[in-house]
Design a binder for this molecule. Structure first.
Ligand code: A3P
Length: 291
């Protein structure tokens, strides 16, 4: 079978935030901002490569009370769609509750009623060095983005926020500094790696979902890396062949903490730390950098 044509999609700025031409639309995003929010609305929010697909899988399994069959034959993106994506954004206002979506948007571009503590948000963060490495590999296998010249070039772009979703620093700082405005649970990729079961329980408590121990076992089982890697409904393997070149990589790449150590030179790491210290000096978020 011949390979589908590559579909490179340039970035555009929506109020200074980098989004993707053809996938996002400024006018629709303006409307989304004013959309009514229900108490039962749930949003997963992440910066790219922080474990979004993982949380989509967990969330849909929690909603199905751990019943894997209820999530089978439907991709994670269909089960928990991107609110800001063309195709979903137009439908959102007319959907019946419970509405469960995922987003990469900054805190101040999400529907404004969320700031009245309506609805619930789960923000998943990941240490930014692993985000950088995962994002770099993602650019190599995703046709929509320009392939980076080399790792160093991509590092510069990442630190300057010249990538899809702009600056990691601004994203996390924005959400963290405004956390008291929202009904929000912060979870980290690393704590999920260390103790997935506790993270699942935290989510259930936050969302007021009552699952038995056995149901939680099932959620845990089907959200493990090696299980998701072999589940084409949870690994983007079968979706959008024009977007991903599966000969060049995999969405479920390594799924570990600390892979950055294999990628950053001593100088690159020093540069990263300098920028990190400067940009994060006004927030006190602790990161787990290695296992
Ligand atoms: P790596 O590229 O470091 O392997 P996102 O969905 O936000 O784009 O995040 C993708 C990253 O999350 C990838 O990281 C992917 O492997 C990792 N990931 C997805 N599911 C996971 C799981 N069940 N356990 C651990 N890591 C997972």
């Amino acid at each position: 079978m011949s390979k589908p044509e590559k579909k490179h999609l340039p970035l555009f700025q929506y109020k200074g935030f980098n989004l993707i031409t053809d996938m996002h639309d400024a006018e629709k995003l303006d409307k989304l901002y004013d959309t009514e929010i229900y108490e039962s609305d749930i949003f997963i929010v992440t910066y790219p490569k922080s474990g979004t697909i993982w949380m989509q899988q967990i969330m849909s399994l929690i909603e199905a009370k751990g019943d894997f069959n209820a999530t089978f034959n439907m991709t994670t993106a269909d089960r928990v769609p991107w609110i800001e994506a063309n195709g979903t954004i137009e439908k959102f206002a007319s959907l019946s509750p419970p509405r469960i979506h995922v987003s990469h948007l900054p805190w101040n571009y999400m529907p404004k009623e969320l700031r009245q503590k309506k609805g619930k948000i789960i923000y998943v963060s990941r240490n930014p060095k692993d985000v950088l490495v995962s994002f770099y590999h993602f650019h190599k296998f995703s046709n929509i983005f320009e392939t980076p010249k080399d790792f160093n070039t991509f590092l510069e772009k990442f630190l300057n926020g010249n990538v899809f979703c702009s600056s990691w620093f601004d994203h996390i700082k924005g959400w963290y500094m405004h956390k008291d405005d929202f009904n929000i649970l912060f979870l980290s990729y690393e704590e999920m790696i260390q103790d997935l079961r506790s993270s699942v329980k935290k989510i259930c408590t936050f969302l007021d979902r009552k699952l038995s121990d056995e149901e939680i076992d099932n959620v845990e089982e089907h959200s493990q890396f090696h299980i998701m890697k072999n589940n084409s409904c949870a690994n983007y393997r079968d979706v959008c062949p024009e977007i991903f070149d599966h000969d060049k990589g995999s969405f479920m790449r390594k799924g570990i903490v600390g892979d950055w150590k294999k990628h950053l030179t001593v100088e690159q790491n020093q540069k990263f730390d300098e920028v990190f210290q400067e940009k994060m000096r006004d927030v006190n978020i602790k990161f787990i950098w290695s296992n």
